[in-house]
Design a binder for this molecule. Structure first.
Ligand SMILES: [Zn+2]
Length: 436
């Protein structure tokens, strides 16, 4: 289950009686399983298996309160197929109806100033671009409501959300009176008639039956005049190019590229109008709306399915090379009795450690999220510590799990007077000289 979170005052939730009944139904209906042997987005049987990994932790965004529980977390397989027709990559070993989605979302990033600034800027841009002032916003997979708060603070309207991992009291918003979150899976009937947008960030990669889900989004858009779908997912292209094994997790069952994302929307009768790469090109942001029924032309940012297949075919070699590089590097550091820590105990950190199968090559993980400190990472069971711990015995090597935060971390280490080598998981290295 989750790390404990800051205790937040929770006042009355927005009261929508007619919605509450529908939400209960939605909560009881579990996500569907796509047809075996078929692409979950376009239905094609032309699938190419390019990766088969066994016994990965089924949850990577969670932390455990003891090392023994962390090591004992259930495991499952990752069998990645790429669709030759649309380019979607999917884990055919994923078990959607039985997956515990309550442990799936990541809130960690809102502890980073860099991420908060990104979210605020994105929210401002969306409100202006889509004239959302005075309208409601519906969000699928809202977590604690951090992003919905950014939106609602600018629209003046209501925020309505669904998230199966939501727990009473989670809402981290000064706008509690205007935001309601239901612990439920998404159903079109939950979208309020005045919604100007259906927002869904970092959730679609957890959806296995992509076609059914996006059709439901279309039905949700049909309930409100002029509403747009605003979706953000990780971009899988850099993962494939760099052999970034730390970005593959069991609970991410669908892996998108700009082209396969746009094609999934188009297949559901939606018209993608914009495809952007965001957050240092780690994410893809798509804007789509219901069309007039006619086919829409591909956007210039869309790569072809054949291009994704080519990347997937090369991935295996890149994956082996990246894994060998880190096994050698961490093994050599241990041989010199050097102390190594990783920075980031979220999914990337769990993926990195469990796919390398490392143990004492890495001392512990640093995380700025106070809810994770003192807890243990699923899979390898590494302890998670606050950055304050670094001063006790400064490490020789710090491996940063998300390169986006490397400057933020370098400044933090320098402020603490810690001299160390700082290297990102992608291999970019800098020395931190400490306070001068
Ligand atoms: Zn397909």
């Amino acid at each position: 289950m989750h790390a404990s979170r800051p205790n937040l005052a929770h006042s009355d939730r927005y009261s929508l009686p007619e919605m509450a009944a529908e939400s209960r139904d939605a909560a009881s209906s579990l996500p569907s399983r796509p047809t075996a042997g078929r692409c979950p987005s376009c239905g094609s049987p032309l699938l190419l298996r390019f990766l088969d990994l066994r016994d990965l932790p089924i949850h990577t965004a969670t932390v455990l309160s003891s090392r023994s529980e962390a090591v004992a977390i259930p495991r499952a397989n990752l069998r990645l197929d790429v669709c030759k027709a649309c380019g979607l990559i999917s884990n055919s070993a994923f078990d959607a109806p039985r997956h515990d989605y309550s442990a799936s979302y990541e809130e960690i990033q809102f502890f980073s100033p860099r991420f908060r600034a990104y979210a605020a800027e994105l929210a401002a841009q969306l409100v202006e671009r889509h004239a959302l002032a005075g309208r409601d916003v519906f969000e699928i997979g809202s977590g604690r409501g951090d992003f919905l708060t950014e939106l609602v603070s600018r629209t003046g309207g209501r925020g309505v959300a669904v998230d199966p991992s939501y727990r009473d009291g989670d809402l981290a918003s000064e706008f509690v009176g205007r935001i309601s979150v239901d612990k439920a899976f998404f159903a079109a009937e939950q979208v309020p008639p005045n919604a100007g947008a259906i927002v869904c960030r970092h959730t679609l990669e957890h959806v296995h039956d992509v076609a059914t889900f996006v059709r439901e989004v279309r039905a949700g858009l049909d309930r409100s005049s002029g509403a747009v779908a605003l979706f953000e997912v990780p971009d899988t292209r850099p993962v494939l190019e760099e052999g970034a094994f730390w970005d593959l997790y069991y609970e991410h069952c669908s892996y998108f590229t700009p082209g396969s994302l746009a094609r999934a929307f188009r297949a559901a009768g939606l018209v993608p109008s914009r495809l952007e790469r965001t957050f240092d090109d780690q994410y893809i942001f798509i804007t789509a709306a219901t069309g007039d029924g006619g086919p829409s032309e591909p956007l210039p940012e869309e790569e072809t399915a054949a291009e994704v297949v080519a990347l997937a075919e090369r991935f295996s070699a890149a994956f082996d090379e990246a894994r060998r590089h880190w096994q050698d590097r961490l093994g050599a550091a241990r041989g010199r009795a050097a102390r190594t820590v990783i920075w980031g105990a979220g999914s990337k950190g769990v993926g990195f450690l469990s796919m390398l199968g490392v143990a004492d090559e890495v001392d512990y993980a640093i995380d700025v999220n106070p809810g994770k400190q003192g807890m243990f990472m699923p899979g390898t069971g590494h302890e998670i510590a606050s950055p304050d711990r670094l001063a006790d015995r400064p490490p020789d090597l710090v491996v940063v799990m998300n390169p986006v935060y490397v400057d933020e971390i370098a400044r933090d280490l320098a402020r603490r007077g810690i001299e160390t080598e700082l290297v990102t998981v992608a291999g970019d290295s800098t020395a931190v000289a400490g306070r001068s």
